[in-house]
Design a protein around this ligand. Structure first.
Ligand code: AHR
Length: 489
């Protein structure tokens, strides 16, 4: 019998920013996804309302923009002012031409409609600190300066109050315009952050550390702390996983790699805080994460606008990653699903509409039901093995508590391809009050996917159950499924 034991007294606050998103000028994310003025779905700003409505269901509190690799060659000034006067530029990151019709003010307007907090990344590739500082002034400035006047002239009297600013994207990757050695980045970060904070001391800063996991991320972190710890709020890491060898068990075992990376960075940040006597917290931002391999050139595949088509096993992988963020809530204070529409995304459009990819559903479920605290879970039961790992638990579990509503949400990914797993869920303190809402994401098999012709093959099924015993509840988790059990306490 499988067992999940929950101790609601052992909890830590969960930052809703772990349900963030990321939009890049890449393929059909902005143009043809978020923004398509000649679409029948467009509003007066040219924003696709069907996309906004679908995104609203994901309740993303924060949105990273404008890249990604794109930002390392981006001039923000190209994207402001009258659209008719904006210049198209070559985008070397994605070998494209950027029309610059959509820029800072369009994004802010779009983000405010969606009720999501903008998070800008500045160009630390071929851009300089002057440009970065000017962008902060243009967005957030209130004094009577030329840049603030320019923003007003562009129609934005009030400051945008952009709170989150990242310095550079994946600067550790040799594929990046303006790759930086650990020392170069530590110095760059310090000088950029200094002047950006002088313009607006209230902003939060995110440092780009780990994306090429073969690079020297320990040395990078150490040098960054040594040089710039007083301007550090978040350390950013990125990862993408995939079923690269078409081996389901091996794919599901990515939980171990994720777990390892998160605990390694937690330890590293902790050690640095001790060494440099830093009392305030410095958090982890996993500000790009997802499944990406079918359109990844590193695996010999065509880029194809990164228009990855997701299946059920990928939805399980989303649940596994969200479980890890919840379990590591003490250190992971931001995570951004990369990306939001068309480009490795939960939403896929064409001219006539959209469909929701399989990965949409676990994200929606967790984002809508997660409470404000992560609670401690212990679980044991049936296991599986791979060439690399043995004794991995088939269930992957996390839980959150909503103190105000007195609900406990238990998230379970069943990684068994064939077996339903009967499981006892018990509380070490507190009591189930009766009603239990069960939401299950599943489909006919692990390769099932949604598309325009069959948009509902994989989705969420809901039912109402009752906990008859106040401290114990037995439930059978379907094979290859993601389940949330929301208990009234
Ligand atoms: O999200 C797609 C790309 O993945 C981003 O541009 C880059 O930051 C990462 O390598």
């Amino acid at each position: 019998m499988n067992q999940i034991k929950i101790d609601i007294d052992r909890r830590t606050s969960l930052d809703r920013n772990i349900f963030g998103g990321f939009a890049e000028h890449l393929g059909r994310c902005i143009y043809g996804g978020m923004y398509e003025p000649d679409s029948p779905f467009a509003d007066e700003n040219g924003f696709r309302t069907d996309v906004i409505n679908a995104l609203c269901r994901l309740q993303m509190p924060i949105m990273r923009y404008p890249g990604g690799n794109f930002v390392s060659g981006y001039r923000w000034m190209d994207g402001v002012g009258p659209q008719s006067e904006r210049k198209a530029r070559v985008d070397l990151a994605w070998n494209a031409v950027e029309p610059n019709e959509f820029g800072t003010n369009e994004f802010i307007t779009w983000a405010r409609k969606l009720n999501t907090e903008p998070y800008f990344v500045v160009n630390a590739g071929d851009g300089d600190m002057r440009e970065a500082r000017d962008w902060v002034e243009y967005c957030n400035g209130t004094v009577d300066s030329a840049l603030v006047r320019l923003r007003r002239q562009h129609g934005y009297e009030e400051p945008h109050r952009v709170k989150y600013w990242g310095i550079g994207n994946e600067v550790d990757g040799h594929w990046q315009i303006g790759y930086k050695t650990p020392y170069e980045y530590a110095r760059t970060y310090l000088e950029f952050a200094k002047v950006m904070k002088w313009v607006d001391p209230s902003i939060k800063m995110i440092a780009s550390i780990g994306s090429d996991w073969k690079e020297q991320w320990i040395e990078r972190t150490q040098l960054l702390f040594e040089q710039a710890s007083k301007h550090l709020d978040y350390i950013s890491i990125h990862w993408y996983v995939g079923n690269r060898h078409n081996d389901f068990a091996d794919y599901m075992a990515n939980s171990e790699l994720i777990e390892h990376r998160l605990s390694a960075f937690e330890g590293l940040i902790d050690a640095m805080r001790l060494q440099y006597d830093i009392k305030r917290p410095i958090s982890l931002a996993v500000d790009e994460w997802n499944v990406w391999y079918r359109t990844h050139p590193s695996y010999g595949n065509e880029l194809n606008g990164l228009e990855e088509k997701y299946n059920l096993e990928d939805a399980l992988m989303i649940g596994i990653q969200l479980n890890a963020f919840i379990r590591h809530a003490a250190s992971v204070k931001m995570a951004n699903l990369a990306q939001i529409v068309n480009v490795i995304a939960p939403i896929f459009t064409n001219k006539d509409g959209l469909f929701l990819q399989t990965i949409f559903f676990p994200f929606e479920l967790y984002s809508q039901t997660a409470g404000s605290e992560s609670v401690d879970v212990f679980w044991q039961g049936a296991t599986f093995s791979t060439a690399e790992h043995s004794g991995l638990r088939l269930l992957d579990v996390s839980a959150t508590l909503d103190e105000a509503r007195r609900t406990l949400s238990v998230y379970v990914v069943n990684r068994s391809q064939d077996d339903a797993l009967e499981t006892t869920i018990s509380l070490t303190s507190g009591a189930f009050a009766g009603p239990v809402r069960a939401a299950v994401i599943n489909g006919p098999d692990i390769k099932s996917e949604n598309n325009f012709a069959n948009p509902n093959v994989v989705g969420t099924r809901e039912s109402e159950l009752t906990a008859k015993d106040s401290t114990k509840f037995t439930y059978s988790f379907e094979p290859h499924s993601v389940t949330a059990l929301v208990f009234a306490l």
